[in-house]
Design a protein around this ligand. Structure first.
Ligand SMILES: Nc1ncnc2c1ncn2[C@@H]1O[C@H](COP(=O)(O)OP(=O)(O)OP(=O)(O)O)[C@@H](O)[C@H]1O
Ligand SMILES: [Mg+2]
Length: 301
């Protein structure tokens, strides 16, 4: 096989996680004896990509710039096959509000919500009337729980909108789902075993994701075989509806009414040895190195 460009780092709010994902994938590629250049897209890299004759690119970038269609468009233009979703799927999945609009139009279940613009706290009363006062507020285009908060009343809603507005001009206010949360890893159109995440704090925040050692991960996830198959089918349908492909991860919660609700899709999920997709792959008997090889194969479309 020819030379591989492994793209990591970048300058999104999730840079630190991408550095870890990239290093873990790089080490796997070295064990697989692949010819790979590790490229931090925070430095100037376009000329190198255009001229070094890469056969494929492995995208290990999270967040804006790397997971939202920008890098995908560049690679398409340069005719370098790349891992994971194309421009459209990447852009749609990065936008939590447009993802929900598409899911709702396809009859796929996701929690009630409204969109507001940063700084617009005048509608808080109206939002609470419409959705209730148990809410969850997120920047529309962020990952890793950055800028997100749980809300119990109007005063907290104002604060949550101010926090989310530091990261994005578009803000998603969603009905709070009171129940367990799951993630479904998808590899080449097929769902891997479902994982249930259980954070010790109020929700699965940045600290619970990357720093805490009290967060619990359950795989098998505790659902019946029939329920697990239902969540897997929901996740695969949600991923396809966004035109996302190759590999990725869909996050889902289950409300007290027993129904599953789609939260969001990740087209370049974390790839550290401790990340969720490698964990689901391991449950399916796929080692980290094998997983890296299979993701690389998704660049052959
Ligand atoms: N509507 C909701 N009700 C209750 N909790 C929620 C809701 N939306 C999100 N959460 C909590 O916030 C966390 C982060 O939300 P979400 O998965 O939408 O964002 P993210 O930061 O983009 O995730 P990732 O790091 O997986 O990219 C969830 O894992 C969950 O714990
Ligand atoms: Mg998530």
């Amino acid at each position: 096989m020819g030379k591989i460009a492994l793209l990591y780092g970048g300058d999104s709010a999730e840079r630190d996680i991408s550095l870890k994902s990239g290093r873990a994938v790089y080490q796997a590629m070295q064990r697989l004896k692949l010819n790979v250049d590790l490229i931090d897209t925070q430095d100037s890299f376009v000329q190198q990509l255009a001229q070094a004759g890469y056969q494929k690119a492995f995208i290990a970038l999270h967040g804006r710039g790397g997971e939202d269609g920008q890098i995908q468009g560049l690679l398409e233009y340069l005719k370098i096959p790349f891992t994971g979703s194309g421009v459209l799927g990447s852009a749609l999945a990065m936008d939590k509000i447009r993802s929900k609009q598409i899911w709702l139009s396809c009859g796929l279940s996701t929690a009630g919500y409204c969109q507001i613009m940063a700084g617009d706290v005048t509608k808080c009363g109206q939002i609470i009337e419409q959705l209730g006062n148990q809410l969850f507020v997120k920047p529309a285009h962020e990952g890793s729980s950055i800028g997100m908060s749980r809300v119990h009343n109007q005063q907290q809603l104002v604060q949550a909108i101010e926090l989310a507005g530091q990261y994005d001009s578009s803000i998603l206010v969603e009905r709070f789902i009171d129940g367990p949360e799951y993630t479904v890893a998808i590899l080449d159109g097929v769902a891997l075993p479902v994982i249930r995440m259980q954070a010790a704090g109020e929700f699965y925040d940045y600290q619970a994701k990357y720093e805490s050692n009290t967060t619990q991960y359950h795989c098998p996830c505790g659902l019946s075989a029939e329920e697990e198959a239902r969540v897997q089918a929901l996740a695969v349908a949600a991923y396809q509806a966004l035109d996302a492909s190759g590999w990725g991860r869909v996050d889902v919660m289950r409300d007290a009414d027993g129904q599953f609700y789609l939260l969001e899709a990740n087209t370049v999920p974390g790839m550290t040895e401790k990340s969720l997709v490698p964990m689901a792959a391991a449950a399916a008997g796929i080692s980290f190195d094998e997983l890296v090889g299979k993701i690389l194969q998704t660049a052959e479309r």
